[in-house]
Write a protein that binds this ligand. Structure first.
Ligand code: P6P
Length: 355
């Protein structure tokens, strides 16, 4: 049975769990439905969307868990929008998420790391949906064949275009502060779904014996400080001076270096134990490697809702960046507020560029 971590601090926005949950098993479905009752104008659409994503996560989890046994390892014979090899599990995860989202009619369009363009979803009956969903179906997929944890990242926005017309790019090129909900699924030693609708962050661990995600991490709060930094040290010599000076500082402070190469795993660790994750500018990715819309924004909403910070290396808040392209990339520094504040001080002091 999933045991819930006692939350040491709650904020007024946190879903008032103790009023109805106590210490009994609370499934993701129950939690979502109960939380909907807290939203005065909730129509049930967002509830349906979140439940669809939960179903897709269970299906993807089943395949991720047996990837080594069936012929879905190895490279599919094409590349994704960012020119990266598509592993078969990437394609499977992408297809399942689209399928689950198509079947409920709760979203009018999707954008995925695996698809070059947005995909309009035909309405079911006369129902017109008000939401669009963006996702990275299987982040860290380069780790699949070495059995390292991978994840799904998703972001939900309200559409901006008229509901009687197909969705268009403007529905997706919205800043992160417009996200209605954001979350991730981590397929690791256990499978956990973590999400927020702007009222705190809660984590649900999949109990395979009953096939349900069960509340296991209530009102998650990131530690103010941390003893770990997470960066690909292999690029050290190519980082700008201010990043090298900060990484030297982390080493001088005896912070541990933890870098899994799967962003969802690194961010989840930081959410639990504190720390800072960095993906600065490199020669290969001068604007950073990670995608703004379906990696940086959703993870930044989660971390901010848990009390952390998320900025780019020009010290701009990630959630306030105005996107111009669907698959655009961003630099990112995200994690415990005290560590992001430390990094900010180094950038202000050593950056050659005007900040
Ligand atoms: P690098 C995985 O490919 C990913 O998109 C993130 O999950 C991860 O944090 C990053 O790229 C790793 O990139 O350049 O360090 O291999």
């Amino acid at each position: 049975m999933a045991t819930t971590k006692k939350n040491t601090t709650t904020t007024p926005d946190d879903v008032n769990l103790n009023a109805w949950a106590g210490n009994r098993i609370v499934t993701l479905d129950e939690f979502i439905i109960r939380s909907e009752k807290d939203f005065e104008y909730a129509t049930g659409e967002l509830t349906g969307l979140l439940r669809d994503i939960g179903v897709a996560a269970k299906i993807i989890n089943r395949e991720v868990n047996k990837a080594g046994l069936v012929n879905i390892l190895g490279v599919a014979d094409n590349q994704n929008a960012s020119g990266e090899e598509q592993k078969k599990l990437d394609v499977y995860a992408n297809d399942k998420l689209i399928e689950c989202l198509q079947n409920s009619g709760e979203c009018c369009a999707i954008a995925s790391e695996e698809n070059d363009d947005i995909l309009n979803i035909p309405p079911i009956g006369s129902k017109s949906s008000h939401y669009v969903v963006m996702f990275d179906p299987l982040d860290g997929s380069s780790n699949i064949d070495v059995n390292v944890s991978v994840g799904t990242i998703f972001a939900i926005y309200r559409r901006k275009s008229p509901s009687d017309q197909p969705a268009n790019l403007s529905d997706f090129l919205q800043s992160g502060i417009q996200q209605v909900a954001a979350g991730y699924v981590l397929y690791g030693t256990s499978t956990i779904l973590v999400y927020t609708t702007g009222r705190g962050v809660n984590g649900f661990t999949l109990d395979p014996s009953i096939g349900e995600f069960c509340l296991s991490h209530r009102n998650m709060r990131i530690p103010e400080h941390g003893q770990f930094y997470s960066v690909n040290q292999g690029y050290y010599s190519k980082f700008d001076l201010e990043m090298r000076r900060y990484i030297d500082h982390c080493s001088d402070q005896n912070y541990g270096l933890r870098y899994i190469g799967s962003m969802v795993s690194d961010i989840h660790r930081i959410l639990i134990h504190g720390g800072i994750f960095l993906y600065p500018s490199t020669r290969k990715f001068p604007r950073g490697k990670l995608r703004l819309l379906y990696e940086c924004n959703p993870l930044s909403m989660i971390v901010e809702q848990a009390g952390g910070r998320a900025i780019n290396t020009q010290l701009k808040r990630i959630l306030e960046l105005e996107p111009t392209e669907l698959h655009q990339r961003s630099t990112i520094a995200i994690g415990s507020p005290a560590l992001v504040n430390e990094l900010q001080a180094f950038i202000e002091r050593y950056s050659a560029l005007p900040i």
